[in-house]
Ligand binder design. Sequence first.
Ligand code: PHE
Ligand code: NA
Length: 511
Amino acid sequence: MAQRERWGSRIGLILAMAGNAVGLGNFLRFPTQAAQNGGGIFMIPYMISLLLIAIPLMWVEWGIGRYGGVRGHGTTPAIFGLLWKNPIARYVGILGLFVPFVVSCYYVYIESWTLGYAFFALTGKLPKISAEVAASSEAYLKPFKEFLLQYTGMGAEGFYRPSLAAYLFFLVTMFLNYTILIRGISGGIEKFAKVAMPVLFALAIILMMRVITLETPLGSAVQGLNFLWEPKWQELGNPKVWLAAAGQVFFTLSLGFGAIITYASYLKRNDDLTLSALTASSLNEFAEIVLGGSIAIPAAAAFFGVAAAQLIAASGAFNLAFVSLPAIFANLPAGSLLGFFWFILLFFAGITSSVAITQPVIAFLEDEFGFSRKKAVTLTMLTLFVLAHFAILLPKALDEMDFWAGTFFVVVFALCEVVIFFWAFNPSTAWREINRGGFIKLPRIFFFIMRYVTPFFLSIITGWWIFKELPGYLKEASPTIWVTRFLLVAIFLGFGVLVHLARRKEKAHER
Ligand code: PHE
Ligand code: NA
């Protein structure tokens, strides 16, 4: 067996893991979710989910990953097979390939918009309009909305018709991802994160400081912050808010995606896990709560007033990022530069995440089929390139992929992980595995949380999805949605075949 790759340094590992977690979710998904779910009240279920589900699961994923990596495997089909001596274990592990791969099919495309917009902002090609001329916030936002529709072609009848620019920037983004991935774990991903993450934090802090002082006759950034942080207790009994909060915590920390497991598989046997995982998670939460919460919504509140900002947030993350913020920056001194900072920030957040969701399939091909890195990266990226066209061209495909892979199966998969590690495997071995080499020793209470509390809450959330939410989703059935669903089944079966072949190969080897 060839020597697996390793992270080069502890700081590099932490920045790569933070790069994995800090993504578009922090700056777009978090503020919109918070605004749509009662503002301040959202933070209570958010914090509870963080403590009882996310942080324990983070240690579980790092533990599972390092355990597998030491034994030559970086993805869950093989690792679940090691942990749980049941023939179906490795087929459950398919989710650890399916989820990240499907998400990467649309994530890279959205990431490419941010690069395109960064370019347009810098070259002054975004719409220009002065606030005084526009009669209402709708009138003011209109040219920016039209620009986005023009760019993505998502307003077209029938298939979407992306602009030439959108397609070119998608190609460039794919190429940049390829360039990083082909250089490998420490030579590509880690090296890039060491530059990109500090730049990302610096840009976000600059933007936050600019936005916080914004004030217009219509409102102020401080009012936006108040809206986001003022608790509305009556919303606390609403299960929708809890589901949204748990979902956001999953998404933002990249939990249940298989991406953390694969990154952790490049740790050494006695590398610290407990403190590193906590540090990377804290960086993500800082980027989410402090930075993500203090840019988009406060800016919109200052510029359009709190009520309008709420409507904007309710209309979705894309409107906030690609319509409202460029519109706001267009009216500030040095607006093109601020716009450029905003979109480059998003691009760095995006690309350090997209390489993380692409890596599991690459690792699978390397570990289980002995592919060279070059061959594995090329094959994965080519398939990704082809399948991304569904998200680019087929109406509703992107949302459908996001729902199944990015919302539903992440929870299911996370439940499988923790149950396999703390029930099917051996709970005390699992606990020792997590703590081995740790710079901090986890309080014993987390053992009980990981064994009982986390699986309990994950079961409730999974059950809620299956019985309360899925029936409604399944009823939605346009032809393009069904095409997407067939595609998803085909991708799943495709990975199933690969997992089966890998198993046969391994058996032949054992003989
Ligand atoms: N955590 C990322 C975000 O906040 C999303 C992501 C999930 C990235 C899984 C990689 C893997 O945007
Ligand atoms: Na995140």
